[in-house]
Design a protein around this ligand. Structure first.
Ligand code: GTP
Ligand code: MG
Length: 481
């Protein structure tokens, strides 16, 4: 505001005050930043990304992790050294520095789990970030002291991860890629009319935005069906599954015989050019900034996978999951962290996959499940480019909702369904090897274990029972604590 404008208050002193305040803010910011960098160099700060497709169990795991670390006296973490040795003193949750992201709503998720009756956390759609300050006792030269390690947790929808391969594709590449995928057996028969409409959409015809918008609605329903009815993972654009925005990002399915040069020469108002612009905008405005602001600063990445749901959905669902991670693998940056890289451009030095909700199957199957997940990820990351990327797999349950019992000589699981009804069930045995071609897959057919309700009584006992969350903590943080 100019000094002679009304309201400028002709006060040089108020201007100086504002300037001083700004300067103070800048200095505080710089201090925070250098503090952040110093902590990082000293290995006192680590940034972990947590992701997984919707429903994979992100919010529940975060809640359980925070709870276990904040209540060391109640937590059951025998596989996590600092807890077992009594060095884990507790943890505090704080807003993350250096980000505008909203904080993860831990209290609300915890209240749901510990409520009467207990409930699962509400589904979340947004990114969130937080810092967990983990206080530890140190022992050196017979003296005990205290130190704090800051774990920055960033939680984002796995659907966003599915968009990363777009960064390396032009619109024409993406259309050809999608054509190939949509043509496969996994998606066959889901939306035949829509597919004929897309195949008939001529790249050179004049774009009709209203018509494309109607097609977009149908395309979104198709993607939702791929997820809900076939449990497929590799679905793009990923945001179509999360928001209701009209991205109108449709693939033109028939680009046969069309060279890239011929496509680029089409008029500006053609379907090809119109959709190509939308594609570029989507990648530039949504996908690239996500990588820039978030993804490339992570030290470690945890990917949660509903392996049980995928396995029991059958061969195609599992193939699709492998396909998705194979493409994502190409966009992951990884490698050792020398001093400079660590400060300026940290790379993911550990990629951890965890199969969630293993309380849905008998303990005897947990190891097979972990092995299966491991073999799938090994295949997805088998390219020469990924040699040396340290991959780890675990099978966990953030909240253990079942117990095992023996009835009539058979081992079974007991728990409560989502309506609170008591149930006993068995699961089709999980083998560490996948069935071969054809009929052998019938072993898993239609046998998906039931969804369970969190156990009652957690609030009274002040503990959240889990399965191998301690082993997961070791993978995430063991070497830093
Ligand atoms: N049995 C069992 N079910 C679980 C567990 N964790 C999550 N679930 C189930 O999985 C559902 C989804 O869990 P969330 O933690 O909300 O998953 P999310 O990845 O945050 O899901 P979105 O917020 O929708 O992306 C829950 O409503 C439960 O039905 C677990 O440890 N055991
Ligand atoms: Mg969530």
């Amino acid at each position: 505001m100019a000094e002679d404008e009304p309201g400028a208050g002709n006060s040089g002193s108020s201007k100086r005050g504002k300037f001083r305040e700004q300067w103070r803010r800048l200095r505080r910011g710089a201090r925070d930043k250098s503090h952040w960098a110093a902590e990082r160099l000293l290995d006192r700060r680590i940034c972990i990304g947590i992701t997984g497709l919707s429903g994979a169990g992100k919010s529940t795991l975060l809640t359980s992790l925070i709870y276990q670390l904040s209540h060391p006296q109640k937590a059951q973490l025998p596989g996590f050294g600092p807890a077992l040795n009594g060095d884990l003193l507790g943890a505090e949750l704080k807003p993350a520095l250096d980000t505008e992201l909203p904080m993860f709503d831990y209290q609300q998720c915890l209240q749901a789990l510990l409520g009467q009756p207990p409930r699962w956390p509400e589904s979340t759609r947004e990114l969130s970030a937080m810092e967990l300050h983990i206080h530890l006792r140190t022992r050196r030269f017979g003296r005990s002291g205290r130190r704090t390690v800051v774990v920055e947790l960033r939680d984002y929808p796995g659907e966003w991860l599915m968009d990363l391969p777009l960064l390396g594709m032009t619109y024409a590449d993406w259309c050809r890629h999608q054509h190939h995928i949509i043509d496969g057996d996994a998606r066959a028969g889901l939306a035949p009319d829509l597919m004929s409409e897309l195949a008939a959409l001529s790249p050179s015809a004049t774009a009709e935005p209203d018509r494309l918008s109607v097609l977009w609605d149908k395309y979104r329903s198709f993607l939702h069906d791929c997820r809900a009815r076939r449990r497929l993972s590799y679905l793009q654009p990923g945001r179509a599954l999360l928001d209701r925005e009209n991205h109108s990002l449709l693939p033109l399915l028939d680009l046969r015989g069309q060279s890239n040069a011929a496509l680029e020469a089409l008029p500006e108002d053609s379907n090809y050019q119109y959709l190509s612009r939308l594609y570029r905008r989507y990648v530039e405005d949504l996908v690239a900034p996500f990588v820039e602001s978030h993804f490339r600063y992570l030290d470690r990445q945890l990917v949660l996978v509903d392996m049980i749901g995928t396995l029991y959905a059958g061969e195609q669902a599992l193939d699709d999951m492998r396909l998705a991670f194979g493409h994502i693998a190409d966009t992951f940056q990884y490698g050792g962290s020398n001093l400079l890289r660590k400060l300026w451009r940290p790379r993911i030095d550990r990629l951890i996959f965890a199969a969630t909700k293993v309380d849905q199957v008998l303990a005897a199957d947990h190891d097979a499940l972990r092995q299966l997940l491991g073999s799938q990820m090994q295949q997805a990351f088998s390219g020469a480019r990924h040699q040396g990327l340290p991959l780890f797999c675990e099978a966990i349950s953030a909240v253990r909702c079942s117990n095992e019992t023996v009835r009539d000589g058979r081992r079974m699981l007991v728990g409560h369904d989502l309506d609170g009804r008591y149930l006993g069930f068995e699961n089709a045995e999980i083998f560490a090897q996948l069935p071969g071609e054809g009929d052998a897959w019938q072993h898993y057919d239609g046998a998906a274990p039931p969804q369970l309700r969190p156990p009652a009584g957690m609030a009274a006992g002040q503990c959240i029972p889990h399965i191998r969350v301690d082993a997961l903590l070791n993978l995430l943080l063991g070497d830093k604590l």
